[in-house]
Design a protein. Structure first.
Length: 434
């Protein structure tokens, strides 16, 4: 991913230097296990650890690969340059390249998941703080983009909190599912390597042995992992779209923080554009673009082909780096977001009282009017408000049929805003607990 949308800790996980260090650890731990089993001499296994503090030369490995056309062989050749060819002759004993590549990839995905989990915990904290702050800040709810009934800004934040909390649980499950390793040799039969080696390497790397692999770790695990990243990205966009709508000039119920010296447009100095949330919408598309290729990687020829390899070299770092950046950006947006309660009330009253139409409809049915007739009575008054911007309550009070059914006091009582917010505390307890 480009530096503009990257953070250093996540980028470091996917650097060539980190990759080769993980490859080295896999090979060194495998040598230890082989020595414990008496397959290779202990002194050869110990010799491999002489490279423990070595910074592997990426350029040198690339130089060797230009000749060998094989990245793992190039690395092993470079490792022997540090350890000594005689001392390194038992490295990779009974292993195949995928043992190194797949186990390394899963280590990187697990480490990435750990960062993403922390990111999500930070986002959840920001959403909870704003939800509590605006628990009773009344705003109009919208369906199809049209005024519906009153809600609160706190419920909007709480809704996003609950969604992200589900995503956090999904991510933890995806981390658990991807945390496997395989050191099982060609076609996964352990013919040339003892299963104890796999168990040892996985334990050292914080993984579980893959119950059954072919020459690769099954790619349904990776499909699940990237699918979860895609769902999280969609949830990020869900929040971003809400904020973008709120910042529209005609709405202006909330807005991204606009810092001193910030410029909104090269042409129009008055502009305050929702650039961060628009950016998040774009980043979400990038993360989701990894999902279908990851799913298509599940179907491989027989025990192994490498059609998945080029895909994962791209989507692994790109999806993880991008999502890490997006989560951090969204957390900052939520934390600094401006909220305008007065504009919320002004918007709700653009069509005075109209948001109470369902309550009047229900009251009429409870007063003995058929639902069909009650709907006609309410709608004919509501449409006047739409067309002439009159007051809905006044229209109802001038409608003899409605007054006959409810009485003036009954009509007035239906315009109490507290009616729509009486269960906010109950919803908050469901979302945040006591």
């Amino acid at each position: 991913m480009i530096p503009r949308y990257s953070r250093p800790d996540m980028v470091a996980i996917w650097s060539p230097e980190t990759k080769f260090k993980i490859w080295y650890e896999i090979e060194a731990h495998a040598c230890d296990a082989q020595a414990d089993l008496g397959v290779i001499p202990r002194e050869n296994a110990d010799a491999v650890w002489k490279a423990k503090d070595v910074d592997f030369d990426v350029a040198r490995i690339d130089e060797i690969e230009a000749v060998t056309k094989h990245d793992v062989i190039a690395f092993l050749t470079h490792l022997a340059e540090h350890v000594g060819s005689e001392e390194a002759r038992f490295v990779h004993q009974g292993m195949t390249s995928s043992d190194v590549l797949d186990t390394c990839l899963n280590v990187q995905l697990v480490r990435s998941a750990d960062i993403l989990i922390k990111d999500m915990e930070g986002l959840l904290a920001a959403l909870k703080k704003r939800a509590i702050e605006h628990k009773d800040t009344v705003r109009v709810g919208r369906s199809h983009g049209i005024h519906a009934e009153p809600t609160t800004m706190g419920l909007t934040f709480a809704r996003f909190y609950a969604e992200m909390d589900r995503n956090l649980n999904r991510l933890k499950a995806a981390r658990e599912e991807i945390a496997t390793g395989a050191i099982s040799g060609a076609v996964g039969t352990f013919a040339n390597i003892d299963p104890a080696v796999e168990e040892h390497v996985c334990e050292k790397l914080g993984l579980k042995p893959e119950p059954i692999s072919t020459q690769v770790i099954p790619r349904d695990r990776h499909a699940m992992f990237f699918a979860v990243l895609g769902v999280i990205a969609s949830s990020i966009e869900n929040v971003a779209i809400e904020i973008r709508h709120m910042q529209r000039t005609e709405v202006l119920e909330g807005a991204e923080f606009f810092s001193m010296g910030q410029k909104g447009s090269s042409a129009m100095p008055h502009k305050k554009n929702p650039v961060l949330t628009e950016n998040l919408t774009g980043l979400a598309r990038l993360v989701r673009s990894a999902v279908i290729p990851a799913m298509e990687n599940v179907a491989l020829w027989h025990e192994r082909d490498i059609s998945h390899s080029s895909v994962e070299r791209a989507i692994g770092p790109d999806a993880c780096v991008t999502l890490d950046f997006a989560l951090a950006r969204l957390t900052g947006v939520i934390d600094k977001m401006l909220v305008f309660p007065e504009n919320m009330l002004d918007n709700m009253n653009k069509f005075p009282g109209l948001v109470m139409s369902q309550r009047v409809l229900l009251a009429l049915t409870q007063a003995g009017v058929s639902r069909e007739d009650a709907y006609v009575m309410v709608q004919r008054n509501a449409l006047k408000v739409w067309e002439f911007r009159t007051d809905f309550r006044e229209e109802l009070l001038a409608d003899g049929d409605v007054v006959k059914a409810l009485g003036e006091e009954g009509i007035n009582e239906k315009f109490n805003m507290d009616y729509h917010t009486k269960h906010v505390d109950t919803i908050f307890k469901r979302v945040f607990g006591e």
